[in-house]
Ligand binder design. Structure first.
Ligand code: IMP
Ligand code: MG
Length: 208
C-alpha cells in the first residue's frame, strides 16, 4: 500500500475545519436534544435483540428475513439495526415520494421499488418515523399484496398525537411529542440527516 501522499495529508486540517463549521451550523438549528447517541444506540441494540429472538426460527434459505428500509430517512437506523442482528437477513430499500418535500404527505408514491421478490419470505419494514401513519399504512398494504410469509414493521420514532390512520408498529424505538425532529437520518428539506442525535428543530426554521 502506498503511503499517503503529501497532497492528501496537506488538505486535512482545512477539510476538518470546513466539516466542523458545518457541524456547528447544523447543531445551531437545534432547539434541544431529545435522544442522545447513547440513548439511541442502547435502544437500537434492544430492538435488534428482540428481532433476532423473534426470527430465530428461520433456518432455511427458502425462507428469508428481508429488511426493507425506506429511503432516505431510515438509512442510518437500518445500518445500525442490521449490524446488531445476530440472525441471517437480507437488506433491501424502497424510496417513496410525497407531493410536499418537507411536510407530511397523505398521498404517497413509490419512486424506487425493492429488488427482492418477497413472496414467501419474512418482510420487516424499517422506517424512520411514523407521523400521520399514511406512509406506513401504504407500505403495509403494498407489501401485503405481494404475499410475504409474514409482514411486520420496525419504526425508530412515533408521534402518536399526530396519527390519522391506525397502523401496526411491531417494534418501536421511542414515542416522541409533536415536534419536528432531525438527525440520525431524519431531515428537514434534505438537511440535518447526519447529526448523530435526534434533535428538535427550531420552530422558526420549519415554520418559515
Ligand atoms: P406519515 O406518513 O405522516 O406517517 O409520515 C411519515 C414520513 O414523514 C416519515 O417517513 C418522514 O419522512 C416524514 N416525517 C414526519 N415527521 C417527521 C419529523 O419530525 N422529522 C423528519 N421527518 C418527518
Ligand atoms: Mg420516511
Amino acid at each position: 500500500m502506498p503511503a499517503l501522499s503529501q497532497g492528501q495529508t496537506g488538505g486535512h486540517d482545512g477539510n476538518r475545519s470546513v466539516a466542523m463549521g458545518e457541524a456547528n451550523e447544523l447543531s445551531a438549528a437545534i432547539e434541544h436534544v431529545l435522544l442522545d447517541e447513547a440513548a439511541i444506540s442502547g435502544r437500537v441494540r434492544e430492538l435488534a435483540r428482540s428481532i433476532s429472538a423473534d426470527y430465530a426460527h428461520i433456518r432455511h434459505s427458502d425462507e428469508r428475513l428481508v429488511l426493507v428500509g425506506v429511503l432516505k430517512g431510515a438509512f442510518v437506523f437500518l445500518a445500525d439495526l442490521a449490524r446488531h442482528l445476530s440472525i441471517p437477513h437480507h437488506v433491501d430499500f424502497i424510496a417513496l415520494s410525497s407531493y410536499n418535500a418537507s411536510a407530511t404527505a397523505s398521498e404517497v408514491r413509490l419512486i424506487m421499488d425493492s429488488r427482492i421478490n418477497v413472496a414467501g419470505h419474512h418482510v420487516l419494514i424499517v422506517e424512520d418515523i411514523v407521523d400521520t401513519g399514511h406512509t406506513l399504512d401504504y407500505l403495509l398494504r403494498t407489501f401485503q399484496a405481494r404475499h410475504p410469509r409474514s409482514l411486520k414493521s420496525c419504526v425508530f420514532l412515533s408521534k402518536p398525537d399526530r396519527r390519522e390512520v391506525e397502523v401496526k408498529i411491531d417494534y418501536l424505538g421511542f414515542k416522541i411529542p409533536d415536534v419536528w425532529v432531525v438527525g440520525y437520518g431524519l431531515d428537514f428539506a434534505d438537511r440535518y440527516r447526519t447529526l448523530p442525535y435526534i434533535g428538535a428543530l427550531r420552530r422558526e426554521i420549519y415554520e418559515a
